[in-house]
Design a protein around this ligand. Structure first.
Ligand SMILES: CC(C)(COP(=O)(O)OP(=O)(O)OC[C@H]1O[C@@H](n2cnc3c(N)ncnc32)[C@H](O)[C@@H]1OP(=O)(O)O)[C@@H](O)C(=O)NCCC(=O)NCCS
Length: 189
């Protein structure tokens, strides 16, 4: 799937007020999205999300992260999806396609991020749906993820993902202190 639209109530279809599009970025058009992706990452970390980075996260470090992601897209190792409206990037998610030789059928779903200004409008759900479709198109039959976010857990459960369990003290919150991580999988059939 290259793109999908949802309206301001989170339904697919065109909306005159707030159309949101989910787009799969190619290596050619991903660099232009880096400023918007950086804004989303900075906002999520500032908002307390445990997504690899500690607080305060500076713009240079965040941009460097996205440049490495774009390099992975260019090399065919990652799929990068963005949700956008007329004002720019609202959210993003990745599939890590590059896996060990004995796991060619698997991908990791990573960095599901929605800017706080765009939450609770169905953007996360639209990104999940697009990521799963992109995984199928890439020939993947198993997706795996982990999360420290109860909001994300509900999103994944609604999308039919299976929670395997929780690893205590898996990572740190951006401001410090351990957080647990819940692991999920979904078989793409
Ligand atoms: C987790 C996250 C991605 C969810 O994104 P989102 O765009 O808000 O997700 P959705 O809008 O699809 O769903 C969120 C909630 O809004 C509700 N919702 C969706 N569309 C709605 C609408 N039109 N009107 C009212 N509510 C709506 C959903 O039912 C859901 O409700 P719930 O939380 O009570 O279960 C977002 O909170 C986030 O980026 N968190 C910080 C980063 C993070 O921790 N990411 C997870 C890394 S693994």
């Amino acid at each position: 799937m290259d793109s999908a639209c949802l309206d301001s109530r989170g339904n697919t279809g065109e909306s005159a007020s707030a159309p949101v599009t989910v787009r799969l970025l190619t290596g050619a058009d991903a660099p232009a999205a880096i400023p918007g992706l950086t804004d989303v990452l900075l906002d999520c970390v500032e908002g307390g999300a445990s997504v690899s980075f500690m607080s305060p996260l500076d713009r240079t470090t965040a941009e460097g992260f996205w440049r490495s992601v774009v390099a992975g897209v260019e090399q065919g190792e990652r799929i990068l999806l963005v949700a956008e409206d007329g004002e720019g990037v609202l959210g993003t998610v990745q599939l890590v396609l590059a896996q060990p030789p004995n796991q060619p059928h698997r991908a990791d779903l990573s960095k599901m991020l929605v800017h706080r200004r765009a939450r609770r409008r169905g953007v996360g759900a639209a990104l999940m749906q697009a990521a799963e479709e992109a995984g199928r198109t890439a020939g993947k039959t198993l997706l795996v993820l982990d999360t420290a976010s109860p909001d994300a857990e509900r999103l994944y459960t609604r999308a039919g993902w299976i929670k395997v369990g929780v690893i205590p003290n898996f990572a740190l919150w951006p401001e410090g202190g351990f957080c647990d991580a819940a692991f999920f999988y979904k078989a793409l059939v």
